[in-house]
Design a protein around this ligand. Structure first.
Ligand code: MG
Length: 483
């Protein structure tokens, strides 16, 4: 049995909690890894660390995700590049921090329907890199990296695109009730979001009640169509971002309410995709990664998800904003178990390239590391540092077990009642600077409760130096979110 972290007893304990036996976990290593495996990335929107059964949710029923984790790997220290959508997606697809592509902003944290910018054409996405090595490629679902022509998926290495090009709460129809009331979730017409195929709008407003099902059908069709060639399918669900929608089959079926319905439909979708890979006989040629773009949107109460035991949520730089529930699945090739080493979505591009012998250009800085040895169980993670950006600023840094918060701030969209004046809520959302920084030991204290800054000045000094060196590597580029 492979151990994925130095403290192997912890990994073993994790495996046992998944209900695995040593015999079950060792079936994998007998088969050779294919030279150009398929890659499927399933990216939920605003799903929290605590939102599936295998990550501890007591009432959301996720048998397919749980089974995926049993057969594959449950990663417990996996991060995204940013705590909100657009920069998080830019980080995943380019392997680079969004600050390097101009895809983050202190003024406008994501792209909006009136935005003119997008992911610059000279950025190289996973799709573009793999396409150069003979891969078929498809993007399905939420894009949010620019809906103007030069920035659409079909201009970034994807052969096809089917989805809503930005968030599903945008293009709100004037005069309809505020979605903060939670009152309007059956009325998809209140959100005039377009559904696109390639570069054309095919439905507006998109009937969001069927969107998870239709994305899934598209993914299944692409997998069947591509199966003779190596492929990369990027399936970025629009859900469970508010407003919440689910198909008739999942309506009022979860004991966890409408949010549970939505997650359980995504779980069904995962089951359909894994079942298709098995039926088509290509499961052992396919690495599937499931994760989420950022933490849950807490301000929407029961319509937002849960960070589980983690502190914080979407938009913030406490763990709940950026640590995601993440499963790797590749039957017959990777050992099952719990992976506790650190990794991020930015590590997928270098890892996929390594696993498929795809060359990457050496003319740019990559923030991702090749974590393929960690996936394959042949080595440790090369990553020891995570930078937590809010907009264009680094708010906190993790080095090994320790995380230092230099700046903290409220989560995305937070409002405080005591700032209510003249009948309007005023946002009290100013940064708080910490010197010395708040310091937490995330291995002993994953909930970030106990500040240990006074006991570890040497750790803080080390992290300060890492931060200074990182800042020196950042070169100014045109900001795409403020165009
Ligand atoms: Mg999101």
């Amino acid at each position: 049995m492979k151990h994925f972290k130095t403290k192997s007893s912890i990994a073993l304990a994790g495996m046992l909690s998944l209900g695995l036996t040593q015999q079950q976990s060792s079936f994998a290593t007998e088969k050779e890894k294919p030279s150009r495996p398929n890659f499927v990335v399933i990216f939920a929107d605003d799903m929290g660390y605590g939102d599936m059964g295998v990550y501890g949710h007591p009432t959301i029923h996720t048998p397919n995700l749980d089974e995926m984790a049993h057969e594959g790997q449950k990663w417990t220290n996996f991060y995204v590049a940013a705590p909100v959508s657009t920069p998080s997606r830019a980080g995943l697809l380019t392997g680079r921090l969004p600050i390097r592509s101009g895809m983050c902003s202190d003024e406008r944290r994501v792209l909006f329907p009136d935005s003119e910018g997008g992911l610059p054409p000279d950025e190289i996405t996973i799709a573009e890199a793999l396409k150069g090595n003979g891969y078929r490629t498809a993007a399905i679902g939420k894009w949010h990296l620019g809906h103007q022509s030069p920035y659409l998926p079909t201009n970034h290495g994807f052969e096809s695109y089917f989805g809503i090009p930005y968030s599903n709460d945008m293009d709100k129809v004037r005069g309809t009730a505020d979605h903060f009331t939670l009152a309007e979730n059956e009325r998809y017409q209140a959100y005039n979001v377009p559904l696109m195929r390639d570069d054309e709008i095919v439905e507006r407003p998109a009937d969001q009640r069927t969107i998870t099902r239709r994305y899934t059908e598209e993914a299944v069709e692409k997998i069947k169509d591509f199966k003779g060639d190596p492929f990369f399918v990027y399936l970025a669900h629009s859900m469970p971002h508010i407003p919440l929608f689910r198909s008739e089959e999942f309506k009022d079926t979860s004991v966890a309410g409408i949010y549970g319905d939505v997650i359980e439909e995504i779980d069904w979708s995962v089951g359909r995709i894994l079942e298709t890979l098995k039926k088509e006989g290509i499961a052992e040629n396919t690495l599937v990664v499931f994760t989420s773009d950022n933490g849950p949107w807490h301000i929407f109460k029961t319509h937002g998800g849960s960070s589980g035991m983690l502190r914080g949520a979407k938009g913030g730089t406490f763990e709940g904003g950026m640590r995601e529930p993440t499963i790797f699945w590749w039957p017959g090739v990777i050992d099952s178990g719990v992976v506790m080493d650190m990794a991020t979505t930015m590590d997928l591009l270098p890892a996929f390239c390594s696993l498929s012998n795809t060359q990457l250009p050496d003319d740019r800085i990559y923030d991702g590391y090749d974590v393929s040895p960690l996936i394959l169980g042949t080595g440790k993670s090369p990553r020891d540092v995570v930078f937590y950006y809010r907009g264009e600023q680094v708010y906190s840094v993790r080095k090994g077990d320790y995380k230092a918060h230099f700046i903290t701030r409220l989560e995305y969209g937070s409002k405080t009642a005591h700032f209510m004046t003249e009948g309007e809520f005023r946002v009290k959302d100013t940064p708080t600077h910490h010197d010395p920084p708040l310091l937490y030991n995330l291995s002993e204290d994953p909930a970030e409760k106990y500040n240990v800054a006074e006991e570890h000045p040497e750790v803080i000094a080390d992290i300060r130096q890492i931060l200074e060196e990182h800042k020196e590597s950042i070169k100014p580029v045109e900001n795409q979110l403020e165009k």
